[in-house]
Design a protein around this ligand. Sequence first.
Ligand SMILES: Nc1ncnc2c1ncn2[C@@H]1O[C@H](COP(=O)(O)OP(=O)(O)O)[C@@H](O)[C@H]1O
Ligand SMILES: N[C@@H](CCC(=O)OP(=O)(O)O)C(=O)O
Length: 372
Amino acid sequence: MKSVIQSAKRLIVKVGSSLVTNDGKGLDTAAIAKWAAQIAQLRRLGKEVVLVSSGAIAEGMQRLGFEKRPTEIHELQACAAVGQMGLAHIYETSFRPHDVRTAQVLLTHADLADRERYLNARSTLFTLLRLGVVPIINENDTVVTDEIKFGDNDTLGALVANLIEADALVILTDQKGLYTADPRKYPDAQFVHEAKAGDSALEAMAGGAGTGIGRGGMLTKILAAKRAATSGAHTVIAWGREEDALLRLASGEAIGTQLTAQTAQLTARKQWMADHLQTAGKVVLDLGAVQKLTSEGKSLLPIGVVEIGGEFGRGDVITCVDPQGRAVARGISNYSSSDARRIMRRPSAEILSILGFVEEPELIHRDNLVLL
Ligand SMILES: Nc1ncnc2c1ncn2[C@@H]1O[C@H](COP(=O)(O)OP(=O)(O)O)[C@@H](O)[C@H]1O
Ligand SMILES: N[C@@H](CCC(=O)OP(=O)(O)O)C(=O)O
């Protein structure tokens, strides 16, 4: 069996609290330096990597002198705010020797459910990747409570995989992967090398967190794999202290548990666009634009739009119709209906002078467009 990571171009790597903070003893500088060196190498191999890192609460507890995990949510939030400073600092300094810049991105699940914020987060992450930066993502614990209660960076990793259409999600944890039962409680449990992401039998194998530091346990990882698979991303669960785990995966070595997505990436995304989103408005295209979209696979530029129907916001899904009113495509609009009315029929180079800002040169980027 070959690792799916070998052919993956865009990867999310998620590291759990127990790994990052050495089981709550404080940031594990040596381990973080090793992941940074590997991620820098992956970039040189042409892969784009986004890191989702837990550990803010564990590090904050350590810095503030809490011996036990506080039970009050606002104290946990305070710990996260303090600990996040440590995470940001250590990642920036660990990547610096490799000439790689890092960026701090704090998100909530609600941010990714809101279409406008979803689109904003997506554009920012793509821009950071294009600029060669490694985004370091964590939950924005100050403004949420549910995620803190359940400890859900595994889910966040999957949501980010969906968001930027990653090819794979690598979840590094304190076990070699998934076993048929929690190996801490059942030493005879068998290792699972490979399975289908979303197979419900896996959920029965997965137990809760193994230490007081980690939160989600294996179940959130299995569910994250299921979610990542909806946009075609494969998941690998591996031991974060395995020597050169990321580089070995990238060279094709099948370490850890590989949970393969059953749907092809493009199909999954199109399915999502077609099934899950109601359209908020409509744009009428001229024949040239219809041709560009349907025959040439191009994005929709404002110049090809002759009429706008309905009211919609940036991030809403709109229908594109041909001059006869037949629906030809559906996609996520980069501009609100009122802005779109001002820039339609105009070249993208004029957007700045008309609106005073430019979101994107396209009204709908082809990645956010599905032909009907
Ligand atoms: N079937 C299983 N296979 C492997 N580990 C399991 C399983 N069920 C529960 N676990 C527990 O899940 C833990 C990893 O989850 P967690 O503590 O949340 O780590 P992290 O901080 O990396 O997210 C392991 O240490 C292990 O004790
Ligand atoms: N935002 C929290 C993440 C909590 C969490 O999901 O932890 P883990 O199960 O170790 O990935 C923190 O940084 O402490």
